[in-house]
Ligand binder design. Structure first.
Ligand SMILES: C[S@@+](CC[C@H](N)C(=O)[O-])C[C@H]1O[C@@H](n2cnc3c(N)ncnc32)[C@H](O)[C@@H]1O
Length: 252
């Protein structure tokens, strides 16, 4: 069974489950998943603009205060698999313009720059922005994920390594839509997030939302992306020892 999308955002519509892009088809499985998302959303009280701002500020405050320790703890993390997953999915000849969404202190910006790409960082933690600029010489945008101001159709790829999970579910359709608009046609969104059971909230000082693969797929599809692949990390471990879900989607 399949139905046509009608061009609404799927979570806010009072009656129907639809997609943002007219003519797109939803399978029965997608419809069930989207209904599940609406249910999950209904279970959460709506966060006000003030609550969203406070939630971001608390998370970012944590990163600002622990910026040096974060750098020491993550500078040697091997995310080669993730770099390759993004770069091999981008069409056309390099160099590519890449947005490192939630770039932190700049490890991955430095890597993309070393390959000759034009890497642009984005982070909301002031200390990380300073560190990433100083370490890489790249342009680094100081922006909150919940208040983005991005150029349209600008990037060949977006690298969101361990960052998108900080977006509350309520805001995820909007933020994904903004990332889609920032990509060139057929541009690629890579993301890696700690997976979960569709729960969200504060863990210590950091807010996070933790999705199943099915839910994550439904969000991305509804935002106008097509799945290319997914995998679990770290590689070579049994699934229960792979807390990270990495996905590669193309702007449809
Ligand atoms: C787990 S760290 C990942 C950093 C880097 N991508 C890496 O892989 O090492 C999450 C990043 O998202 C940023 N971040 C979290 N919430 C944010 C928000 N609301 N707006 C902007 N940046 C945010 C943090 O400052 C931090 O750099």
């Amino acid at each position: 069974m399949a139905i046509s999308g009608r061009g609404d955002t799927f979570l806010d519509h009072p009656r129907a489950v639809t997609v943002q892009h007219p003519g797109e088809l939803l399978t029965a499985a997608s419809i069930l998943t989207l209904m599940r998302l609406r249910f999950l959303r209904a279970m959460h009280p709506k966060l006000s603009a003030e609550q969203l701002a406070a939630l971001s500020a608390r998370t970012l405050g944590h990163y600002d205060r622990s910026a040096e320790a974060f750098w020491e703890g993550t500078r040697d993390h091997d995310v080669t698999q993730n770099y390759e997953a993004l770069l091999e999915a981008i069409e056309g000849p390099p160099p590519f313009r890449i947005l490192d969404f939630g770039c932190g202190p700049g490890r991955d910006l430095a890597h993309f720059k070393s390959l000759g790409h034009e890497a642009v960082g984005l982070d909301g933690a002031e200390r990380f922005v300073e560190m990433a600029r100083a370490a890489t010489g790249c342009e680094v945008l100081h922006q909150d994920f919940l208040q983005l101001s991005l150029p349209q159709a600008s990037f060949h790829g977006i690298f969101a390594n361990a960052s998108l999970f900080h977006v509350p579910v309520q805001e995820l359709p909007r933020v994904l839509g903004e990332l889609r608009e920032a990509l060139r046609p057929r541009g690629v969104l890579f993301s890696s997030n700690p997976r979960g059971r569709d729960d969200e909230g504060f863990h210590g000082e950091r807010y996070g939302s933790y999705h199943t693969l099915e839910t994550w797929r439904a969000f991305l599809t509804a935002a106008g992306f097509t799945e290319l692949r997914h995998y679990y990390r770290p590689p070579g471990k049994p699934r229960e020892e792979q807390p990270w879900l990495a996905t590669v989607f193309r702007r449809a």
